[in-house]
Write a protein that binds this ligand. Structure first.
Ligand SMILES: Nc1nc2c(c(=O)[nH]1)N[C@H]1C(S)=C(S)[C@@H](COP(=O)(O)O)O[C@H]1N2
Ligand SMILES: [Mo]
Length: 389
């Protein structure tokens, strides 16, 4: 699948992420060979079924009639819309949560690479839903949800893959929720959902249903396992899967939907020092939020003082933000020699840790107090990187 550049965390189904954040963040638009793969089922190659591939649309909303849309006709008859949007797994940074809290989390131990900023093209879901009779009146849409399902393969925990989003999100006049058939200016590849996948800019990846073939309007959220029994930030007191079920925590905690505000340190480079007891560090990373990023800050003293960095890339409303900044750090050489009992291999080394935090356009800050949760989802503690100087 051309995914040889990824670190494979699971072969069957395929789950893999790019191994190097320096390489990942070098590209504003993530090239396909660095786009992570997250699957709860086998990857279906539907190329031979393209001509007959259909999406069924139905629902319990007044005025709707069941519709079966052939994908080829759909692509030909609805306007093409393009959007740059970042796709992020809710389990991104799971390993960091475990490392930071010292408590085991359940799930694939993703590092910080389950994120791909891509250019998507497809048809607006809004246009499709209107053609199926969904009301354009906001009042009529309240309380409804749009279910997406893929029936092409059985999944690990359910007969099909599914999820839902609130209908008003899909119908928003300035929204960009789409059924995409292109990624980075080419047709979707089988692993990213060919021939059709849902793209929900600003929402976590599990709602971006691949190989989508069914759309349903309902007063309830999707009953699918991946909406109801996974992808929820359970409270800290829920320490086992049994407890989650016995005390009905899955039923009580809302499903994760919109991206939280988050930042990650990708790389720290030590620039040539101006004087021996000072180091200039160049720090780079990424950040994202539902309402896009307004500011990112870094600190080399554990958060006592923060320095704003430059946003070097941000595109439209839904992309990730790439950032870079310089920090001048004082090194106490006397203390260093003492701590290391004198220079060993030429000169003593010390480890400098840099942390990051982000702010979004709505004024919210990254929730860096982020706690442990059983499934290790939504981790947004400070971004952390370190370098030996
Ligand atoms: N049909 C289907 N759609 C799916 C999934 C899946 O397992 N099956 N995984 C979801 C999850 S959890 C994520 S994070 C993204 C990953 O998309 P990618 O593999 O294109 O990176 O797809 C989502 N859509
Ligand atoms: Mo995911």
């Amino acid at each position: 699948m051309g995914k040889t550049d990824l670190r494979v965390l699971g072969k069957m189904p395929l789950n893999a992420e790019p191994p190097c954040l320096v390489e990942l963040t070098r590209h504003p638009i993530t090239p396909l060979h660095l786009a992570y793969a997250r699957n709860h089922s086998v990857i279906k190659d539907l190329a031979s079924e393209f001509d007959s591939y259909t999406v069924k649309i139905d629902g319990e909303m007044e005025g709707m009639e069941e519709k079966v849309l052939n994908v080829k006709d759909m692509i030909a008859s609805f306007p093409k819309k393009e959007v740059v949007a970042v796709l992020i797994c809710a389990g991104n940074r799971r390993a960091k949560m475990q490392e930071t809290t010292g408590k085991a989390v359940r799930g694939i131990k993703w590092s910080e690479g389950t994120i791909a900023n891509a250019r998507w093209a497809g048809v607006l879901l809004r246009d499709i839903l209107i053609s199926a009779g969904v009301s354009e009146q906001e009042d009529d849409q309240k309380g409804f949800h749009v279910w997406f399902a893929s029936n092409v393969a059985p999944c690990e925990d359910d007969a099909c893959y599914g999820g839902s989003i609130p209908l008003d999100e899909a119908m928003a006049k300035d929204g960009d929720v789409m059924l995409a058939y292109e990624m980075n200016d080419g047709p979707l590849t089988p692993d990213h959902g060919f021939p059709l996948r849902v793209v929900v800019p600003g929402y976590f990846g599990m709602r971006w249903v691949k190989w989508v073939d069914q759309i349903t309007i309902s007063r309830e959220e999707s009953p699918n396992f991946y909406q109801q029994r996974d992808y929820k930030m359970l409270p800290e007191c829920v320490t086992s899967p049994e407890k989650a079920i016995d005390e009905d925590w899955w039923g009580r905690i809302p499903a994760m939907q919109r991206l939280n505000c988050n930042s990650v340190v990708a790389h720290i480079q030590c620039l040539t020092p101006a004087c021996p007891d000072q180091k200039t560090l160049k720090v780079t990373g990424y950040a994202y939020a539902y309402s896009s990023i307004s500011r990112v800050e870094i600190s080399a003293d554990g958060g006592d003082t923060w320095h704003e960095v430059r946003i070097t890339y941000q595109e439209g409303s839904w992309s990730w933000s790439l950032w870079e900044g310089e920090l001048v750090v004082d090194i106490d050489t006397d203390a260093l020699e003492f701590a290391n009992h004198g220079p060993k291999n030429g000169r003593p080394k010390t480890k400098i840790t840099v942390i990051s935090r982000a702010f979004d356009r709505s004024g919210s800050a990254q929730d860096t107090d982020c706690r442990w949760n059983l499934r290790g989802v939504g981790f947004c503690g400070v971004g952390v990187g370190s370098v030996e100087v």
